[in-house]
Design a binder for this molecule. Structure first.
Ligand code: M6R
Length: 609
């Protein structure tokens, strides 16, 4: 939800700001802008559209400056337009400010500021902040921002510059992330670390209720109340090459084809093939906790919620424990019972999703322990949780989650095994069989990905189909939901995910020759029932695609096209069944010419509620 960037240095910062915004564009991409300080005072360039449009605007109307801030927007208040694009300025045009988040009390603040004579030029909630900074400015930008944020309700990561207090950026955080980078003769800020890697590996995270003052010589931190805060720089070990496309046309394709390695990395050093033992030493909580709880609650949104559903089936089967999976946004509105015998896992690729973060904060007040299952061990969720289960998936740039979904399933499979072993629910022989098969899964995933060309052909053949029903049962029911979500998100095609058993309770009314059913039919405990679903669709002239085990003649006879997967343990089939569905969505969207990595209306990290 909006990307922010800034650099206080001594050389021209404009090319660096543009490059940084390109890396942050996954967070929002309906408009973009930058503001810089130079000999002419404060200058801005803003456009409706993408960062490439901003770069073109700057090529036509160049600006330079050694101190500047930039923003790529995902609209909340005010439609995407040049006027509503950040940074926003005060009445005098000497202060520029940008914001990620929502100012909940913006209307009452705006009424007050209007009555005081401030002139508003945009429809955004953000503009009240820059007028508040103007109101409180008496020579120090830091003091003015400190006074301004005290009046704000809601979530914000803000950064501002002023020609009346030049050479510095002042930033404040309450909610959305802000990372600060320490360069040599330059200081940086960003919504995440990826844009910083081109400049420095040394970073620190701004905490909630903190202000940072960035100057070329270094960064000072303080609380909103003004107390100094000491921070030690952390060193980031991500290689810049990890965020390049590596020859793929889209990040999403690169990330789909990396998925076997993600599972390998998630398993690395955490399993013993000889004993079948799983070691989650990096988790940060004692295994006693696993024995002491009587219930597990998994909390997440979107694709992470689907991974949570797979986790539920794994935990129920292996750990014999009652498991609830909850949408974070719903759980927050309910009177949800939780006690000291409840273990909570928050699942989030970004570790910053506002609803999940808020739900985990509620859970921390009641539950025995809260764990974060995340790809970002420096995220808010990771830092606030009692323990962290790291996905080791590397940066995911495509807005549609793929490799982090598989990483989440792998992490949850390890967790379920460790949980079951700690509780004595899983014997050594069974553990060994499962762990050895899990170790073989990445090779099998590579085999499925090797069949991508056939899936591309099928996606092109079905390009005219406007309605899809994804059906799966038991542990592949969540994969049906995920397959439908992927198709919706990037190819804008109507798709519904259903549990096979639910088909006859309503969705069957939709079946005709215009509806394609994508059935997930591995040879597992619900195989026969899924074949019955297929027969019911066929009897009503529906078209059928299927994901089935290699050599499954019954599936082949029933479906127009089968995407084959190698045999594996029935608990691990989701690692294989999800791959053809991701590829199908990817090839459909790319054949339609859509912006696969940045689908309309979406953002990678949803930091608004
Ligand atoms: O960062 P998170 O895993 O918390 O994000 C949750 C959802 O916003 C995310 O999975 C979303 O559904 C993606 N667009 C899925 O592709």
């Amino acid at each position: 939800m909006c990307g922010i960037i800034g650099c206080a240095g001594v050389r021209d910062t404009v090319p660096g700001l543009i490059e940084g915004l390109r890396r942050l564009e996954y967070r929002g991409y309906d408009s973009a802008g930058i503001a810089v300080l130079n000999g002419d005072g404060l200058e801005r360039r803003r456009v409706k559209g993408k960062v490439r449009d901003l770069a073109e605007e700057i090529r036509r109307h160049p600006i330079t400056g050694a101190c500047g801030i930039g923003h790529t927007r995902w609209a909340t208040h005010g439609r995407p337009s040049e006027d509503n694009a950040h940074p926003h300025t005060d009445c005098s045009g000497t202060i520029a400010l940008l914001h990620n988040g929502i100012v909940e009390n913006y209307w009452s603040l705006k009424e007050k500021l209007l009555a005081e004579g401030h002139v508003f030029k945009t429809e955004t909630d953000t503009e009240v902040i820059v007028h508040l900074v103007e109101k409180h400015f008496h020579g120090s930008l830091e003091e003015a921002l400190r006074a301004a944020v005290k009046e704000l309700e809601g979530a914000f990561a803000v950064a501002c510059i002023s020609s009346r207090d030049p050479g510095k950026i002042v930033a404040a955080r309450n909610g959305p992330p802000v990372v600060v980078g320490f360069g040599s003769g330059e200081s940086f800020l960003s919504s995440d670390i990826t844009p910083l890697l081109a400049h420095t590996r040394r970073v620190a995270y701004l905490g909630d209720g903190e202000i940072a003052v960035l100057e070329p010589s270094g960064v000072r931190f303080a609380t909103f109340a003004g107390a100094p805060v000491e921070k030690t720089a952390e060193t980031i070990d991500w290689e810049p090459a990890m965020i390049e496309k590596r020859g793929f046309e889209h990040f999403m394709a690169k990330e789909i084809f990396e998925q076997a390695d993600v599972v390998r990395d998630t398993l690395k050093s955490r399993v013993s093939l000889d004993s079948g033992q799983v070691f989650l030493d990096d988790l940060g909580i004692a295994p006693d906790v696993f024995r002491e709880v009587s219930r597990v609650v998994l909390i997440a949104c979107g694709t992470s919620y689907h991974a949570g559903l797979v986790g539920k089936y794994l935990l129920e089967t292996l750990g014999h424990v009652p498991v609830d999976v909850e949408y974070a946004s719903e759980l927050r509105s309910r009177d949800f019972a939780m006690d000291r015998e409840t273990l909570v896992l928050g699942i989030s690729q970004s570790g910053e999703t506002a609803d999940t973060l808020a739900a985990l904060r509620l859970a921390r007040e009641k539950a025995r322990a809260v764990l974060a299952v995340t790809n970002n061990t420096r995220s808010s969720m990771a830092r606030e949780a009692d323990g962290v289960l790291d996905l080791h998936a590397g940066p995911e740039i495509g807005v549609a989650a793929t490799k982090t979904f598989v990483g989440q399933m792998a992490a949850l499979a390890l967790f379920a095994l460790a949980f079951a072993q700690a509780r004595g629910a899983l014997g050594e022989e069974a553990s060994r069989t499962l762990v050895q098969e899990l170790q073989r899964v990445p090779l099998k995933m590579d085999r499925v990905l090797g069949g991508a060309a056939a899936i591309e052909r099928a996606a092109r053949r079905f390009l005219d189909c406007e309605h899809y029903l994804f059906l799966g049962r038991w542990i592949n029911f969540p994969i049906a939901l995920e397959g439908a979500l992927k198709l919706k998100e990037i190819s804008y095609t109507h798709a519904e995910g259903y549990a096979g058993g639910e088909m006859k309770h309503g969705p069957i009314a939709l079946i005709d020759e215009g509806m394609t059913t994508l059935a997930i039919v591995p040879h597992d405990r619900v195989y026969e029932k899924m074949l019955s679903n297929i027969a019911e669709v066929k009897a009503r002239n529906g078209r059928i695609l299927a994901v089935a085990f290699e050599g499954d003649e019954r599936a082949r006879a029933a479906a127009e096209e089968v995407f084959p997967i190698p045999e594996t343990h029935q608990l691990f089939t989701p690692f294989l069944t999800v791959l053809p569905l991701q590829l199908f969505a990817y090839y459909a969207a790319s054949a339609k010419g859509f912006d696969v990595d940045q689908p309309r209306n979406l953002a990678k990290s949803v930091t608004v509620e």
